[in-house]
Design a protein around this ligand. Structure first.
Ligand SMILES: C[S@@+](CC[C@H](N)C(=O)[O-])C[C@H]1O[C@@H](n2cnc3c(N)ncnc32)[C@H](O)[C@@H]1O
Length: 224
């Protein structure tokens, strides 16, 4: 079997990503935090005792899951074992697995998949999302974050980023269709990541902008 694609990027994932993003946007882990903050705000006081970061990679979101959900049991799943080694250094308390079968019977109150599905081959996406649905508790919430192909800056970064070379973006409409095909009954969605770090003070405006297809990414929040 071939090595998982992201094994080769594991140790330098942050640097490669940083080099693809224009200096002025000052990414660092700002956008990773942005997504988890949005997820936490949307979950509100819904109890999230066990959370899965599906396709957690080198664990950029895990420190923020730790920060926003300090009492939750944190899990990360990724097909790239080398990425999980880096993730383990970042968030030692997270339970990390490269084998989906290791999660058999474990139900999650919340699942997040950030920028994972554009790396999954088209004919495997529905299966992957169905796996997530099956692992979600009946009252659970799943959050999918993906690049917005309608945002010119997102496209530009995507085209420059070496680890996106074989990836294929999915727009919001496609993600919504995928959600229904995977058996989710209801969803809410919106565009997000409108404001890079220099404009972070404007983030409070996001709920009014979520229908505007100009955010760098979008989210789909799904339930069973
Ligand atoms: C661009 S990285 C995103 C990592 C992380 N979610 C983040 O936001 O930094 C995409 C990740 O998806 C993982 N991946 C690709 N196909 C997958 C699959 N079928 N199941 C789980 N993870 C997968 C890759 O190994 C890689 O770590």
């Amino acid at each position: 079997m071939n090595k998982p694609e992201f094994d080769q990027y594991a140790a330098r994932y942050d640097r490669v990503l940083g080099e693809a993003i224009p200096e002025g946007l000052n990414e660092d882990s700002y956008f990773a935090e942005y997504k988890i903050a949005l997820m936490a705000a949307r979950l509100g006081d819904k109890k999230s005792a066990r959370i899965l970061d599906f396709g957690c990679g080198a664990g950029r979101s895990l420190p923020y899951l730790d920060q926003y959900f300090p009492d939750a049991e944190l899990w990360g799943y990724d097909v790239s074992p080398a990425s999980l080694q880096i993730a383990a250094l970042r968030t030692p308390r997270a339970k990390l697995v490269a084998d989906w079968n290791a999660l058999a019977g474990t139900q999650f109150d919340a699942i997040v998949a950030a920028n994972v599905f554009h790396h999954i081959p088209l004919d495997q996406r529905q299966h992957a999302l169905t796996q997530c649905r099956d692992a979600l508790a009946d009252h659970g919430q799943m959050f999918l974050f993906e690049h917005n192909p309608l945002n010119p800056m997102t496209r530009w970064i995507f085209e420059r980023c070496p680890f996106d070379a074989d990836a294929e973006m999915l727009g919001l409409k496609t993600a919504l269709a995928l959600s229904r095909q995977a058996g989710f009954r209801s969803e809410q969605h919106g565009y997000t990541l409108f404001f890079p770090r220099p404009l972070a003070f404007l983030r409070g405006l996001e709920p009014w902008l979520k229908r505007l297809p100009l955010g760098a990414q979008y989210y789909v929040q799904m339930s069973k």
